[in-house]
Design a protein around this ligand. Structure first.
Ligand code: UDP
Length: 452
């Protein structure tokens, strides 16, 4: 994107310190920087970003009151809750100091924070600073989160067993099992958190979503109607700015050289993102399912991905020899480059929204294995609405895995899915061109911020 001259306005951004939230926030910062705004980042000490990766931004660390080892051991909901409590005073002090300093420097136009950090709305109000919100999930799953109090009242959240296959009439095409949920030591906090998040989004000056109209026009329209604030669907972010460099792990770039040696569309890329984990037995089933499919694959085995193991996890005995020339195992991959590589023909994913969108943008069909949060809803849209993937259902089992890989990578069904994926790839490119839906939405976001 072409860089414009500075407008003399600064934007302060505050990301949630988890990779799947930091990546899109830094991409948004880069997008707004290229639009001529100066950028300041307030960040927690936990998972602090590296300023060297973002030349031109100013960085303002605040205390989150947590030791790194303590923060990493918490379940996400408990972590979010603690951040919303412990960051209030340090965040307010930091922001008011920045506002005071700005009187002699560039004025601060607004604050943009992750939706989960809902306490920032009250702080912004008290300092009379407009706050916008970034939701790092898509519009459809956000609607499911907003509906949680209603769904709970109607008893859907207590449903178990075969009843979880039932459709939720309030949220078609979601089934009960697709309703966003996160395992936590205190589930009540999850509902409180989502309720507060939605309430404070309604009180904000606007919501920015990493999606595009052609993919989610209906859901975007409903969010606009229900929230009564400006909605800016300006995605896909990663196609507007170069790959985000906020990754907390160093990508293994050699996997690209390996991909260069593989036939077009032959490789299945397998990655479950930065947080999903499997147990020892599931790990073995995945490994043997991949091996038995006889398809080349690039598998991200992240340290700690197998529950109970801290470092890298060894492959099952006998498997390394069997797959030696057909597979590449990486601890972390340059995912956007992998998905854009001509040899990549499929993506077995956990359906985190960033991964799902990155796959859609490259026209790579998916095998869906959602774990938690919005991933189940994303997977439902992938398989039943956009028709760009297949879902692995039930217990993880090598025979089923092998069969699903073959269906996607070498059967007629897979070809049809690939064609649909190519259709959305084109739409994703078009929406960013001059006059396209996201292009226009970004223009109106920039004018909205300039009007404060
Ligand atoms: N990612 C990556 N290399 C990997 C795995 C993931 O760069 O080996 C990036 C991926 O491109 C995406 C992010 O990490 O931008 C994962 O975000 P997502 O929302 O998909 O899942 P989360 O990690 O939040 O569960």
């Amino acid at each position: 994107m072409e860089k414009r001259p500075m407008m003399g306005r600064r934007i302060v951004l505050f990301p949630l310190p988890l990779l799947g939230h930091m990546n899109p926030m830094f991409q948004l910062a880069d997008i707004l920087h290229a639009k001529g705004f100066s950028i300041s980042i307030i960040h927690t000490n936990f998972n602090a970003p590296n300023p060297e990766n973002h030349i031109g931004f100013t960085f303002h660390p605040i205390s989150d009151g947590l030791l790194a080892s303590e923060a990493s051991a918490l379940d996400p909901i408990t972590l979010f809750h603690i951040l919303n409590v412990k960051c209030v005073a340090p965040f307010r002090d930091c922001l008011s100091q920045m506002l005071a300093d700005a009187l002699e420097e560039e004025p601060i136009a607004c604050l943009i924070t992750d939706g989960i950090l809902h306490f920032t709305q009250a702080v912004a109000d008290s300092l009379k600073l407009p706050r916008l919100v970034l939701r790092t999930s898509n519009a459809s799953s956000f609607l499911a989160i907003a509906a949680l109090p209603l769904l709970r009242q109607k008893g859907y959240l207590a449903v178990q067993g075969t009843q979880s296959e039932v459709l939720v009439p309030e949220l078609p095409p979601l089934k009960v099992k697709d309703i966003p949920s996160i395992r936590s030591s205190n589930p009540e906090v999850f509902y409180q958190l989502t309720t507060w998040m939605c309430k404070e989004i309604k009180a904000s000056y606007g919501l920015i979503v990493n999606t595009f109209e052609e993919l989610e026009d209906l859901a975007i329209a409903i969010v606009r109607r229900d929230f009564q604030i400006p909605i800016f669907a300006i995605g896909p972010f990663h196609k507007i700015v170069p790959a985000a460099s906020s990754s907390l792990l160093a990508p293994d770039k050699s996997c690209i050289e390996w991909l260069n040696t593989q036939a077009p569309k032959s490789v299945l890329y397998v990655s479950f993102g930065s947080a999903a984990a499997v147990d020892e037995i599931e790990f073995g089933e995945i490994a043997w399912g991949l091996a038995n499919s006889e398809q080349p694959f690039l598998w991200v085995v992240r340290p700690g991905m197998v529950r109970g193991s801290k470092g890298s996890h060894p492959l099952p005995d006998g498997l390394t020899q069997m797959i030696s020339r057909r597979a590449y195992i990486a601890e972390w991959a340059p995912q956007e480059d992998v998905l854009a590589h001509p040899a990549t023909g499929g993506f077995w994913t956990h359906n985190g929204w960033n991964s799902t969108l990155e796959s859609i943008c490259e026209g790579v069909p998916m095998i869906c294995l959602p774990f938690f949060a919005d991933q189940m809803a994303n997977a439902r849209y992938v398989t039943d609405v956009w028709n760009v993937g297949l879902r692995l259902e039930g217990k993880l089992e090598r025979g089923e895995i092998e069969k699903t890989i073959r269906r996607l990578m070498s059967e007629k069904e897979g070809e049809e899915i690939r064609e649909r994926a190519a259709f959305f790839k084109e739409k994703a490119n078009l929406c960013l061109e001059e006059g396209g839906s996201s292009y226009k939405s970004l223009e109106s976001l920039a004018s909205h911020i300039s009007s404060f």
